[in-house]
Write a protein that binds this ligand. Structure first.
Ligand SMILES: *Cc1c(COP(=O)(O)O)cnc(C)c1O
Length: 362
């Protein structure tokens, strides 16, 4: 057998590691920001019935342009959006990859503000797009002035603003998006993977009119409790959707994915029922960890970035040994914890409380 280093790999992939959040079958899994609440039974029943009907025609290719699903997503987003402004793929990761395939590539660049979602640089290298990372301020909050300066200085082909930002949870202000759009000529993506957890804040889709270079990506993987189905989507000017059609693989969204997503969207109220609960658990987790002396960063999402750990890897390992999986993203002194059910949240609070100060193993 050869090894990776013996293979004639593309130069920009040499030395790279695949996306690697651990997937242990542990009792308390709070490491990838899933909605840990199960899907309501009545929705399960409708999804199963829809899949059963769809299976009868899987001898044929699916609707390549998945119009019914795009209509349903447009309706879900509201604000007068129409199907021709919507696009979807197998997770918003695939949507973002298609955007990079269409607008990035050799000689082009992608800029974002770090720490941010670890997939952005991986998607950049996978499409041979140069990656420009600009550090966030100490409180992780982007400002119109900071974003404008960075975009003017680097003039990237594509910029991504993640709001709320993963892994910090930081909400994204509307004036920052507007300033970013006006500061450069490239494609501006706002990644709203966690929007439903911060829904008092108006979505960036309301900024689409008159901004043909603005793309707003969303996913059913987080608040919608649908991570296993793989359905991410994007709202933008219809011309952007035409561009994505140039790079997508034909029939990339299976008939079963389309049927399952359509069924779930028919029950969006029920699917989002746990959101309030999750936010309450997030806040309870934040209060408890603050009382234990940790630094909890403001979050508009279903997770918290927590600082004050003397040895994050040791704390991560101590919790993992007890069947609790959280995330060490190499933000020095910090760990990221997803808010789960009440029982899961209590388990992680109790486990951290039982450790010594700074999370040292007792
Ligand atoms: C989880 C996440 C995604 C979603 O990925 P999917 O491919 O839709 O599951 C996108 N962006 C961010 C910032 C995320 O945290």
């Amino acid at each position: 057998m050869t090894s990776l280093s013996d293979l004639p790999l593309r130069a920009n992939l040499v030395g790279k590691l695949p996306y690697g959040a651990p997937q242990d079958p542990v009792p308390v899994s709070l490491n990838v920001n899933e909605n840990t609440h199960p899907i309501p039974d009545e929705v399960v029943a409708d999804i199963v019935a829809s899949l059963a009907a769809a299976v009868r025609s899987v001898n044929r290719y699916p609707d390549r342009d998945f119009l019914e699903l795009r209509e349903s997503l447009a309706h879900y987003l509201g604000h007068g959006l129409t199907a021709e402004q919507l696009w979807a793929a197998n997770g918003s990761n695939e949507v973002l990859q298609q955007v990079l395939q269409a607008f990035g590539g050799p000689g082009r660049s992608l800029l974002s503000f770090t720490p941010t979602y670890s997939m952005y640089p991986l998607l950049a290298s996978g499409t041979d797009t140069a990656w420009i990372d600009v550090p966030r301020p100490a409180d992780y909050a982007l400002t119109a002035a900071g974003v404008t300066a960075a975009l003017r200085e680097h003039a990237p082909d594509i910029a991504i603003l993640c709001g709320p930002n993963n892994p910090t949870g930081t909400p994204l202000d509307r004036e920052v998006i507007v300033a970013a759009y006006d500061a450069f000529d490239g494609i501006l993506i706002v990644d709203e993977a966690y929007h439903e957890f911060d829904a008092e804040r108006e979505s960036a889709v309301t900024l689409l009119p008159g901004r043909p270079r603005l793309l707003v990506s969303r996913t059913m993987s987080k608040a919608f409790a649908f991570a296993g189905v793989r359905l991410g989507y994007l709202a933008a000017d219809p011309a952007i959707i035409d561009a994505l059609r140039l790079v997508r693989l034909p029939y990339h969204l299976s008939a079963l994915t389309q049927a399952a997503a359509l069924a779930a969207l028919r029950h969006s109220g029920a699917m989002l029922r746990a959101v309030d609960d999750i936010r309450a658990e997030r806040d309870r987790l934040g209060v408890a960890l603050t009382e234990l002396g940790y630094t909890v960063h403001e979050s508009g999402s279903n997770f918290l970035l927590v600082g004050g750990f003397t040895d994050p890897e040791a704390t991560f390992a101590a919790l993992r040994a007890q069947g609790i999986l959280i995330r060490n993203l190499s933000v020095p002194g910090h760990l990221r914890i997803t808010a789960g059910t009440a029982a899961e949240t209590s388990a992680v609070i109790d486990a951290i409380a039982a450790l010594g100060p700074g999370g040292a193993a007792a």
